[in-house]
Ligand binder design. Structure first.
Ligand SMILES: [Zn+2]
Length: 335
């Protein structure tokens, strides 16, 4: 959307009386937002600032939106119940420390039932995910550029500033995502050689997970927890037994550690190519009610596909406030 349209028209079009007309004409879907990291001073990762998160949540309160959980949305669809007319859900993926220490208290402050999709092996301190290792190697490399051969392709990646490191991380991650899961370790070894950095046994402080005790305390305050595999490997790249183990063991772990985890699954990296009918069949067999992807979109009443509940779309929480408002209102359907 053009800058002037977004900053001048979104505020006017998203509020009564024009929003009433827009809702009548186009309908209003339910957005599920996903957040990854929070912005923390002095840390090498970037994310959503606490001020921006508060600004977004305050907008929803001021405009009379209703906070629901992903499980509420799924139950509403299954039971054919109508959800509140202005419903919004929030999710956070992976289970890093800043999500529990910085983001969760803000959601609790706003009485918003956030759902955490956690990588259980990370909370068990048994591993840190391969994609976090990629980020660590790129972020801490002191080289101005690296050369690496991955999937028969040669990459020359400059690393002289934050933006170049961001681009390099994305290129390496996307290339590894497209490779077979059993080649991840070899690819990481090549990246170790290229960056001149070794992988420590346990995650560095900024890539640490929240611990189970924190999760239990948050659960008591209304935060929900659901599985996001044990190791964050892409399920479609695994054999059937390994894919099933990733799903079932992470679910079992949550049931052992917490009082009432949500029977909703989150696919690692969540694009259409990252999971398929095999994973959906495993989830249904295990009694899950639904699953979220990372495909953008909101939940609308027109959707009738029976697998829809296992392909639920989500928006990445925009860092631009007006993009956020657009996702929450009839403008998302209309523009
Ligand atoms: Zn994830």
């Amino acid at each position: 959307m053009k800058f002037f349209l977004k900053h001048l028209l979104v505020p006017a079009l998203s509020r009564p009386p024009l929003s009433n007309l827009g809702n009548w004409l186009f309908g209003q879907g339910i957005p599920i937002f996903m957040v990854h990291r929070m912005e923390v001073d002095g840390q090498p990762f970037s994310g959503i600032t606490p001020d921006h998160l508060r600004h977004c949540l305050q907008y929803l309160v001021n405009e009379g939106f209703h906070f629901v959980s992903v499980e509420d949305i799924i139950q509403g669809i299954i039971e054919n119940k109508s959800l509140p007319p202005k419903a919004v859900a929030f999710t956070m993926d992976d289970g890093f420390w800043d999500q529990a220490e910085i983001a969760a208290p803000i959601f609790i402050e706003f009485n918003c039932p956030l759902t955490f999709f956690v990588i259980t092996g990370m909370l068990d301190s048994k591993l840190w995910p391969w994609d976090a290792k990629v980020a660590h190697l790129i972020n801490t490399s002191e080289k101005n550029s690296i050369d690496i051969l991955l999937a028969d392709e040669h990459f020359h990646l400059p690393l002289t500033n934050k933006q170049e490191k961001h681009n390099a991380r994305n290129i390496i991650r996307d290339t590894i995502k497209a490779m077979a899961a059993d080649s991840i370790e070899d690819s990481l070894e090549l990246l170790v050689q290229a960056t001149g950095i070794s992988i420590p046994e346990s995650a560095p402080k900024h890539l640490k997970a929240m611990d189970w005790e924190s999760a239990r305390q948050l659960e008591k305050q209304g935060i929900k927890f659901a599985p996001h595999t044990i190791s964050h490997r892409i399920l479609s790249k695994l054999d059937t037994a390994s894919a099933e183990k990733e799903i079932m063991d992470s679910w079992q772990c949550l049931q052992e550690e917490l009082a009432s985890p949500s029977p909703v699954f989150c696919y690692p990296t969540g694009r259409f190519c990252d999971y398929g009918p095999r994973e959906i069949a495993i989830l249904k067999q295990a009694g899950f009610l639904g699953a979220v992807s990372t495909l953008p979109g909101n939940i609308t009443e027109e959707t009738t596909s029976k697998d829809y509940l296992f392909n639920l779309p989500r928006f990445s929480l925009p860092s631009d406030y007006f993009d956020f408002v657009r996702h929450c209102t009839w403008l998302e359907q209309a523009i």
